[in-house]
Write a protein that binds this ligand. Structure first.
Ligand SMILES: CC1=C(C(=O)O)[C@@H]2CC(C)(C)c3c(C)c(C)cc4c3N2[C@@]12C(=O)NC(=O)N=C2N4C[C@H](O)[C@H](O)[C@H](O)COP(=O)(O)O
Ligand SMILES: [K+]
Ligand SMILES: [Mn+2]
Length: 498
């Protein structure tokens, strides 16, 4: 069973020797975030802060970098593996396969239970005071304290049977108010619009489940198709229904063993200034001043000694954080599914963390490619059109089409193919009429349009490969020498004192 709770996940990290349990007092005003940011960059152990300055009555401890790379270089993706109950030596390919494994299964709806750990403490109405919590300031440029970076935003469609789970950031603005990014074409924005159009005039009931079961948080970070209730997909993934409990002040249901639950309504009319925020591409733009919807908070429920998981987004080449290891990897899963469902000979898709998951390598099987009797122009336009016109591809601006001699998870391989086989101009197929990802710096703060275009497919296959031929020998130790030579070299390597 995947870690069905944060507590089980923390125990797994402790058993792996990948947890630093810190009892010394730390300051949530920047100090905690600076430690977490350095943890990503140093591949250090996941920090569990048991003594956060200002915490009281069990609100709250902080767990940093739950989806960062593990501190054991032999098992870099072990934290993600533990969230999905995969073996510690799981690869990113295994994570992608696992998250796609329920695509053909029947959805398995959650079950409703009477109570659970998240109901151990209930704070209602006037007793709700978010400003009394040790909310973390994550970056010196941030416009507020972001309590919501790894919780699940739970919102229902006003009329259809669709409850969406996603992750969307939110910062505290008042004792019972937050403001949070609700950005098209995300499903939370789609549901927000559906509520406004429904004409009911009612504000939108929501819940944010902080410290929910890790596999649920993974599904919340995955661009599953519109209309799919993530909770039912998680049930199918686990082979057993999730247990949910009803909120105190609205009809939303949350995972019973969530650490902390915020309940209330999202205003369909009131907004406030949201941000700046250090975002997934490693920038916090100082002129960020978008108006975003207000989240009213009418109840807080939580476990005794509750743990708030926190993500501090930043530069991924120094050390990927959850906005790369979860957003990128899970969008890669949906892009692979999309291309394979279209019958293309695609074997893997992956967004290299070194590119802030703005690029995605699309690996094709060259034998099957040859049978298609196609060419770069046709293939790249087909792939670009599918991916760039689909929500799963919204965050990707450059696709690199590579052969099966290239490992999409190995950036050395990907850049070697891109640098040597993609001729600038002739091998690049541009898309200016597709939706852009507005958070990408050259879109939000560049010279061109902000909401459309700026996307390209780079063909990294030589013409001969379209005929299934590899007319070269790759010059590296692995490929440049016969097996017996390689064996001889390896057997004498130590004797030579190399
Ligand atoms: C883009 C986002 C963030 C940012 O970069 O600031 C911000 C940072 C945090 C909170 C850390 C963060 C983490 C840690 C993770 C893992 C994912 C996100 C975010 N935040 C943002 C956000 O504030 N707004 C947003 O629209 N999508 C975000 N996603 C990505 C979505 O969750 C993802 O695209 C899902 O697929 C959406 O679900 P569906 O709509 O498909 O159901
Ligand atoms: K989702
Ligand atoms: Mn969704």
């Amino acid at each position: 069973m995947p870690s069905e709770s944060i507590m089980r996940f923390v125990e797994a990290l402790r058993r792996d020797g990948d947890l630093a349990s810190i009892d010394a007092e730390v300051d949530p005003h920047l100090e905690v975030a600076a430690i977490i940011r350095r943890v990503y960059e140093q591949r250090a152990k996941a920090p569990l802060f048991n003594n956060v300055k200002g915490a009281r009555n069990g609100l709250y401890r902080i767990l940093g970098a739950p989806g960062g790379l593990s501190s054991d270089p032999k098992f870099p993706y072990r934290r993600l593996a533990r969230q999905l109950a995969l073996p510690g030596d799981a690869t990113l390919g295994d994570v992608i396969d696992k998250m796609l494994s329920a695509k053909k299964s029947q959805p398995l709806p959650p079950v409703h239970v009477a109570t659970g750990p998240c109901k151990e403490n209930i704070i209602l109405g006037n007793d709700v005071d978010l400003t009394k919590l040790p909310n973390p300031l994550l970056n010196r440029a941030d416009g507020g304290d972001y309590i919501q970076t790894l919780g699940i935003n739970i919102v229902q469609h006003p009329t259809q049977d669709w409850t969406n789970w996603s992750i969307a950031r939110a910062m505290v603005t008042d004792k019972n108010k937050m403001v949070g990014l609700i950005m098209k074409p995300q499903h939370i924005a789609r549901l927000f619009d559906a509520w406004k159009k429904s004409g009911s005039g009612r504000d939108i009931p929501y819940a944010i489940a902080l410290g929910a079961p890790p596999i649920a948080t993974m599904a919340a970070s995955m661009p599953l198709p519109a209309g799919v209730s993530e909770a039912e997909y998680v049930g199918a993934l686990c082979g057993s229904p999730l247990e949910l409990v009803k909120c105190e002040t609205n009809d939303m249901y949350v995972p019973a063993n969530s650490e902390i639950v915020l309940e209330g309504t999202i205003s369909i009319s009131e907004t406030a200034k949201e941000g700046p925020f250090g975002e997934m591409h490693g920038y916090s733009f100082l002129d960020e001043n978008s108006q975003q919807p207000i989240y009213n908070v009418t109840a807080i429920t939580h476990r005794n000694d509750a743990i708030l998981p926190v993500c501090v987004p930043g530069r991924s080449s120094l050390g990927p954080d959850e906005t790369h290891t979860m957003i990128g990897t899970l969008a890669s899963a949906e892009m692979r599914q999309l291309l394979q469902d279209a019958g293309l000979p695609v074997t893997q898709v992956f967004t290299p963390y070194e590119t802030q998951v703005i690029w995605a390598a699309v690996q094709v099987d060259r034998k099957r490619l040859a049978e298609m009797g196609t060419n770069a122009q046709e293939l790249c336009n087909k792939i670009g059109s599918l991916v760039f016109r689909h929500k799963a591809g919204m965050q990707v601006h450059r696709l690199l089409v590579v052969g099966d001699d290239i490992d999409p998870f190995d950036f050395n391989d990907v850049t070697w193919a891109y640098a040597t086989r993609c001729r600038p101009y002739l091998d690049e197929f541009h898309f200016e009429d597709v939706p852009a990802y507005p958070l990408v710096p050259y879109m939000s703060h560049g010279t061109g349009t902000k909401l459309t275009g700026g996307k390209v497919v780079a063909n990294c296959l030589l013409p001969a490969e379209y005929k299934g031929q590899q007319e070269w020998v790759t010059c590296d130790f692995e490929n440049g020498y016969p097996e017996e030579i390689k064996k001889k070299v390896l057997s004498r390597w130590a004797d030579f004192g190399l």
